[in-house]
Design a protein around this ligand. Structure first.
Ligand code: URA
Length: 237
């Protein structure tokens, strides 16, 4: 990527101000002052601004403990979104949520700059399991488990077979591979139950870190990123 584009994508400033910084000799690439704003920066090059090393990775992958009360959306005119919980650099790089959790749902939400990966991870044909803990308003029954196993008929589609495990009288663990709008809530609603609390515990092999609090996020490790690409059936350069 061109040096000026890279710096502005990384959120340092507008493209024109980044050009100024480059012209002034404030930027070095692999230890050499670079005044050529169009210079192609090779992967893995060490770039510094005013002597401080810059993290130049443009592909990013995050996990967040989504708190209740935030929309899963890139932006919204009147309500807070999960993007508001991320520093500017992730906005500049085009990091977006993978799929959607309802405003009142908590738990594991992934973000990536790779839109194709995100798309694949939420497509049911890739069979990526999403596990939710659901607190409902009525006792769960064996018939509920059976209905989830068979696939529940909803107004506009029949949900694919899913797994419901009763953990407590009104607490269930649900494993689904689809992610349609209000999917889990609608499946319970079809069984005459209202979901009072919904929390996503895992996405594929990924689980929320034990120590994470609502609103926390972190970058994924290389091993975790590789597992996501594998789950999505996509090569990772
Ligand atoms: N199913 C729902 O109903 N809501 C969510 O947020 C996620 C899955």
């Amino acid at each position: 990527m061109r040096l000026d584009k890279l710096l502005s994508n990384l959120g340092f400033s507008s493209r024109s101000l980044c050009r100024e910084m480059i012209k002034k000799g404030r930027v070095q690439v692999d230890g050499i002052v670079c005044r050529d704003m169009a210079m192609h920066v090779p992967d893995g090059a060490k770039v510094t601004l005013d002597g401080k090393e810059i993290d130049t990775r443009v592909e990013r992958y995050l996990m967040m403990y989504k708190p209740s009360g935030y929309l899963t959306a890139a932006e919204d005119k009147s309500q807070q979104t999960v993007m508001d919980l991320l520093p500017k650099v992730y906005h500049s790089l085009g990091c977006m949520p993978v799929g959607r959790l309802d405003k009142d749902t908590t738990g594991l939400l992934l973000f990536t700059t790779d839109g194709d990966l995100a798309h694949r991870l939420i497509a049911p044909r890739h069979h990526v399991d999403k596990v939710y803990l659901a607190r409902v308003d009525e006792p769960l029954t064996e018939e509920d488990e059976q209905a989830f196993r068979e696939g529940i008929k909803l107004q506009d589609f029949t949900a694919m077979p899913a797994k419901l495990e009763r953990l407590e009288e009104t607490l269930g663990r649900v494993t689904v591979q689809e992610g349609k709008y209000h999917q889990v809530k609608r499946m319970f609603s079809a069984r005459g139950k209202r979901v009072l609390e919904l929390h996503r515990a895992s996405f594929g092999e990924m689980q929320l870190d034990k120590g994470m609090r609502p609103g926390d996020f972190r970058e994924l490790k290389e091993k975790e990123i590789a597992a996501l690409y594998q789950a999505a059936g996509k090569a990772h350069e």
